[in-house]
Design a protein around this ligand. Structure first.
Ligand SMILES: CC(C)(COP(=O)(O)OP(=O)(O)OC[C@H]1O[C@@H](n2cnc3c(N)ncnc32)[C@H](O)[C@@H]1OP(=O)(O)O)[C@@H](O)C(=O)NCCC(=O)NCCS
Length: 261
């Protein structure tokens, strides 16, 4: 799995939180749609695609080795992945942009959808834990309505590495990370259930944590602040294509992952 080792080496250079399992899952889900750029045999950049049928696909893991930037490598990787997705008949493509990536995506025709912030709780260490809990058809339906597209297959694969929590019309997941546990997704159709479920989730792990929250979801931001998280950076969800399904950020109290939506 040389590609996995190269992708891990590159993502470590930019300090992202993915584990080898996260990258392996992306490659196994979309084996022909994850790309590594090489220059003179040296791996210098990555990009992943994750398709949810033909209605929607996500582009993620867009990064280039710091020594090889501003040579058009990211642009080539983006063109390659856009071609791949369009050949598959995908009608809408989304991604979550950092400020460094945003100009590149704008030049390729991506438009802003909404912003979200990464919130962080500091900690000396990262928790390790075993997966637990079930992803029932009800939870998949809740996620579909919140996200705007059916990503049941992908969600089930992610959930197999996570702790899954439920309470009435609310569910949440905790996922292991390289340097921090990731909280998300959390979807809730009953505001009075969500804070106690998140408290219950946090009681099961200690250490450093990350949590991505749509900026239009003020209730989620208030909960995060009360629970000792603070915002550390802003990202922009962007889209291009036709008939783009709209998610419902007001019921997404935590996003699944900027690499896949
Ligand atoms: C964002 C990122 C992927 C861009 O990678 P890159 O390979 O440098 O991107 P490109 O070379 O295709 O384009 C970057 C700029 O270089 C310019 N450029 C491209 N080829 C060039 C060349 N031969 N000479 C000079 N400039 C060039 C592009 O026009 C673009 O300019 P602009 O920013 O003024 O519009 C990279 O900065 C990165 O990995 N950042 C950290 C991780 C990150 O934030 N990723 C984005 C996640 S959404």
């Amino acid at each position: 799995m040389a590609d996995l080792d190269s992708a891990m080496m590159l993502k470590d250079l930019v300090g992202w939180n993915q584990t080898p399992d996260d990258l392996r899952r992306l490659i196994e889900y979309e084996p022909d749609g994850c790309f590594i750029a090489e220059l003179d045999g040296v791996p210098v950049g990555t990009v992943s695609t994750t398709s949810y049928g033909t209605a929607l696909a996500w582009i993620g893991m867009m990064l280039v080795h710091p020594d090889y930037r501003r040579r058009g490598i990211a642009n080539s990787l983006m063109l390659r992945s856009l071609d791949y997705l369009r050949d598959r008949g995908v009608s809408c493509i989304k991604l979550d942009a950092t400020p460094l990536g945003q100009p590149l995506y704008e030049q390729l025709g991506f438009q802003p959808e909404w912003t979200f912030q990464r919130w962080e709780r500091s900690g000396e260490r990262v928790a390790s834990f075993e997966p637990a809990g079930q992803l029932s058809p009800d939870l998949i339906q809740m996620d579909r309505s919140a996200f705007g597209a059916d990503r049941a297959d992908w969600l089930a694969r992610v959930a197999s590495a996570c702790r899954v929590f439920t309470a009435g019309s609310t569910f949440g997941m905790l996922r292991p990370g390289h340097f921090a546990t990731y909280l998300g997704p959390v979807v809730s159709y009953q505001r009075n259930e969500v804070e106690s479920l998140i408290v219950e989730m946090l009681e099961t792990v200690d250490g450093r944590m990350l949590w991505d929250i749509p900026q239009s979801n003020g209730a989620a931001e208030e909960i995060a602040a009360r629970l000792g998280f603070r915002p550390v950076r802003q990202l922009l969800r962007m889209w291009c294509g036709e008939s783009c399904p709209a998610g419902r950020p007001e019921v997404q109290f935590a996003l699944l992952d900027p690499a896949t939506g």
